[in-house]
Write a protein that binds this ligand. Structure first.
Ligand code: ADP
Ligand code: ASP
Ligand code: MG
Length: 419
C-alpha cells in the first residue's frame, strides 16, 4: 500500500465584474430534469417562479435525457476516433437544442427570456477539445439582459476557446458552467437541480438505504466527485471552493431541501466521521516498467490524460486513468517504449470522510468488511480523507454495499442534520 494524492487543479480568477446583486440565482438543470417536453415545461415553470419571487435568474440547461450519449455514439458510427474539433461542434448541440426549447417554453409563459450559447454567454476556455477548462467568463451580455429584467438561459457544457473554436467541458460539464457563472456574476448560491434529492452517502441506485447528506465540505465533495459520485462534476467543485460559491444540490421533482456544499464546519466533523462510499467503473489500471515517474507522467500529462491513482513500489509504476482516455494513454506508453499492461476488468470503491484524519483503524475496518464478503482488493491507495480499493468489476456493487453497512451509513446520524 502506498500513499497517493489526488491533485486538484487551480482555477482561474473570475472576479465578479460588478458588486454582488442581491437575489441573483444560478439554477442548473440536468439531462433527466429536462428529459422530455413535459419535464422541460415543468422546469420552465420553476424558472419563471424563481423570477416571479423577485430574483435575477440565470438558468443553465443540459442536453435532454441521453442526447449527449446518443451524439457520442453517432460520432462513433462515422469514425472510431472522432476528430476532436468536430466532436465538440456535434456534442455541444444537445445543450443548444434544450436551451432553445426552454426559451420557447418560457416565452409562452409570458416572461421576457433570452437563451445564449456558451460562446454568447462569454464562457472562454482553453483550446483542449472535449475537456476544455474555463479560463475567463465575460458576463457583460448576461448582466445586460438581467438588467433588462430578462430571464437568461445559458447552454451548459460548452464555451469558445481562446482560438475561437467551440469547445466542451468534459462529461457532466454543465455543473461547471453553472458554478463559473455563479462566481462571475456574484450569485448568492448556485442551485444544482438533478434527478436525486441531493448528495447521498452512496449512489442511491446501488444502495437504496443511502442517506441524503445535509451538508458536505468542499474538501469532502472534491474527494467524492473525484472518486465517482457523478452528481457533481469534479471541476465544478474546484471552482466552487476557489470562489467560495455555495452549492445546493437538490431535486428538480420536489421542493425538498437538498445538500449544501460549503466551507467545513465543526458540526460536519462531529456528526459523522465518514461522509460516503463512492464507486466508478470508468477507469483503466496500468502497470508500467521502464520509465521514471517523471518521464511517464509528464508524457501522460502532455496527452491531456487525467491520471487518478498513482502507486510506486520498486521499479513498477501503477496508475489509473479514465476509460475515455484509453487510446491517448496507450499511444503515449507505446511512444515511450516502456513495458506496460492495462486492466479493464477493475472498478474502484472509495470510502470518504474528513473525520478519518482523526480516527485510527478505518483502513482495518475497510479490509475486514471486504474480506467478510470474500473481496480481495487488487490496488489500494489512500489520502488523508479517502481509502480507495480497486476490486473486480463484478464485485463493485457488493463492495459498496458492504462498506456502507460496515460504517453504518444507513443510520440517521449519517445525515448530519443541523440548522
Ligand atoms: P444530471 O443529469 O442532473 O447532471 P447526473 O446523472 O450527472 O445528473 O448525476 C446524478 C446521478 O448521480 C444520480 O442519478 C445518481 O445515480 C448518481 N450518483 C452517484 N453517486 C451519488 C451520490 N453519492 N449521491 C447522489 N447521487 C449520486
Ligand atoms: N450533457 C453533458 C453530459 O451529458 C453535460 C452535462 O449534462 O452536464 O455530459
Ligand atoms: Mg451531471
Amino acid at each position: 500500500m502506498a500513499q497517493s494524492t489526488t491533485e486538484f487543479e487551480s482555477v482561474p480568477a473570475v472576479a465578479p465584474e460588478e458588486a454582488a446583486h442581491a437575489g441573483t440565482v444560478v439554477m442548473k438543470f440536468g439531462g433527466t430534469s429536462v428529459g422530455g417536453p413535459d419535464r422541460l415545461k415543468a422546469v420552465a415553470r420553476r424558472i419563471v417562479s424563481a423570477r416571479e419571487a423577485g430574483n435575477r435568474v440565470v438558468a443553465v440547461i443540459s442536453a435532454m435525457g441521453d442526447t449527449t450519449d446518443e451524439l457520442v455514439a453517432l460520432a462513433h458510427t462515422i469514425s472510431p476516433t472522432p476528430k476532436p474539433r468536430a466532436m465538440d461542434v456535434l456534442i455541444s448541440s444537445g445543450e443548444r437544442m434544450a436551451c432553445a426549447l426552454m426559451e420557447m417554453a418560457i416565452h409562452d409563459l409570458g416572461r421576457e427570456v433570452i437563451s445564449l450559447t456558451g460562446s454568447q454567454a462569454g464562457i472562454v476556455t482553453d483550446t483542449v477539445h472535449t475537456k476544455a477548462k474555463i479560463v475567463e467568463v465575460r458576463a457583460a451580455r448576461i448582466h445586460e439582459a438581467l438588467d433588462q429584467g430578462r430571464i437568461v438561459l445559458v447552454a451548459g457544457f460548452q464555451g469558445v476557446s481562446t482560438g475561437q473554436e467551440i469547445t466542451t467541458l468534459g462529461r457532466g460539464g454543465s455543473d461547471t458552467t453553472a458554478v463559473a457563472l455563479a462566481a462571475a456574476i456574484g450569485a448568492e448560491a448556485c442551485e444544482i437541480y438533478t434527478d436525486v434529492e441531493g448528495v447521498f452517502t452512496a449512489d442511491p441506485r446501488i444502495v437504496p438505504e443511502a442517506r441524503k447528506l445535509h451538508a458536505v465540505s468542499y474538501e469532502e465533495m472534491l474527494e467524492l466527485a473525484a472518486s465517482g459520485a457523478k452528481v457533481l462534476q469534479l471541476r465544478s467543485v474546484e471552482f466552487a471552493r476557489n470562489h467560495a460559491v455555495m452549492l445546493h444540490v437538490r431535486s428538480t421533482f420536489s421542493d425538498e431541501h437538498g445538500t449544501w456544499v460549503r466551507e467545513e464546519d465543526e458540526r460536519m466533523l462531529e456528526k459523522a466521521m465518514i461522509s460516503g462510499v463512492t464507486h466508478t467503473l470508468d477507469e483503466t489500471v496500468y502497470r508500467v516498467e521502464g520509465a521514471t515517474a517523471a518521464e511517464l507522467f509528464s508524457a501522460v500529462a502532455e496527452a491531456n490524460v487525467n491520471v487518478d491513482t498513482i502507486l510506486q513500489a520498486g521499479p513498477e509504476i501503477v496508475f489509473s486513468a479514465p476509460v475515455e482516455d484509453r487510446s491517448a494513454t496507450t499511444q503515449t506508453l507505446d511512444r515511450l517504449g516502456v513495458t506496460w499492461s492495462a486492466r479493464d476488468d477493475l472498478g474502484k470503491v472509495s470510502l470518504i470522510g474528513a473525520g478519518m484524519k482523526t480516527h485510527p483503524g478505518v483502513a482495518a475496518r475497510v479490509f475486514a468488511a471486504l474480506a467478510k464478503e470474500g473481496i480481495e482488493p487488487e490496488v489500494v491507495s489512500t489520502s488523508p480523507i479517502k481509502i480507495a480499493c480497486h476490486v473486480a468489476r463484478e464485485e463493485v456493487e457488493r463492495a459498496v454495499q458492504a462498506l456502507h453497512r460496515a460504517f453504518e451509513l444507513d443510520a440517521p446520524e449519517a445525515e448530519r442534520t443541523h440548522a
